[in-house]
Design a protein around this ligand. Sequence first.
Ligand code: BG6
Length: 478
Amino acid sequence: MKKDFLWGGAVAANQYEGAWNAGHKGVSVSDVMTKGSVDQPRKITQGVIAGEDYPNHYGIDFYHHYQEDIKLMAEMGFKCFRLSIAWTRIFPNGDEEQPNQEGLAYYDRVFDECHKYGIEPVVTLSHFEMPYHLAQAYGGWRSRKMIDFFIKYATVCFKHYAAKVHYWMTFNEINNLIDTDNPFNGWTGGGVLYHEDENPEEVMYQVSHYQFVASSLAVQIAHQINPENQVGCMLHFGPIYPYSCKPQDMMASVKAMDRRFFFSDVQVRGHYPEYAKKLWQRKNYHFDITPADLNNLQNGCIDYIGFSYYKSTTAQAAGPEEFVEKPNPNLKKSDWGWAIDPIGLRYILNVVYERYHLPLFIVENGFGAYDKVENGEINDQYRIDYLRDHVVEMMKAIELDGVDVMGYTPWSAIDLISASTGEVEKRYGFIYVDQEQVNQGKSGRMKKASFYWYQKVIASNGACLRESGGEKDEKISE
Ligand code: BG6
């Protein structure tokens, strides 16, 4: 393991900051999403409706607890902290001329606090969050105008935080857009809700094109402002294995993975892949793509690949060019039905590195679970097991396969609101947060067993997982 390996943890502004209307922050697309649960989908409402429960409004109130929380992260030994800037704190509506100084000052304080402990901020510009006004007034990323709004926002951030932030990512899990069946993806990813009289897939490719152009411009501007800036993409990279060893299923898996890789293919290589052009031809799709856009894609290739890894799934052929997703019968699942597959992490690290030969950054990986406080302690051994097995597989990819991994920031540094279900009960953090205590103005923070485990992993740069011996999963060997 490299000495400067970036161990840390990850969060997103809309899921942990709370203080949704403090400091002149604007309403974001996540501020109109209600609380859900494992079997109750979140609702997207028309504006903020009195009487509805919007968990992103309060998060875990990091906004007022940032000093205490960053201190705890420093105690764990974080080398970096992946967080996002809420676009709506900087441009509350998104189309203002001038940024909101209070928002800029808030992140100054947060980044200063990180640097006080030698923690490097790793910042996502848009993590499931954008101004609600832009979604309402312009149809979100359906509109080319979004490129200008985003670039203005990104430029303000690159300039203002030039001395404080060097690792950036543009759009969180940009490739979630591909799954148009789930309204959550278009909404959180692009402020877009598909209409009944349109082809969502066609709209989605246009939406992603505008985001690709915006991202490629952001890369170019970040490099002009400071050549040391590193800007990454951020993708969801759960592998989709063939359901069986039938050649049809193998092909289904390749095609299913193309849908994930389409986004990194463009952002890493700077041009559209042939398989996409063929698909658009076959389906008679037409897009607003200009020669200047194509130039920008080419000139704004990203520097590293950030990605999340939680679970894997499988694809089964279901007719010509069609497949269905099937659960993998060989894997256990979390209470939310997410398959647990540590080897899948080593697998995807190998596949992605072979495909692109760029440094990889695992910016999310974690286990959502119901935690219990017993006698003032939280023994989350299940989370330790999950993370240990994944870190071991990551170390195999680095040490046995030669994959270049820059860092590892598990989800999440601290408990926060789940993106898909909008509940805090699906906990991921090393630090437990008791919402009731927070509401009473208290800290409400408690260290879980995983906090101490991760502290040891970081302090030993992963070596403690090698030395523990005995249990096969803990050895970095074949
Ligand atoms: C990733 C997102 O998809 O997964 C995070 O980038 C999210 O924002 C995480 O929280 C875990 O998903 P969930 O739905 O369990 O919160």
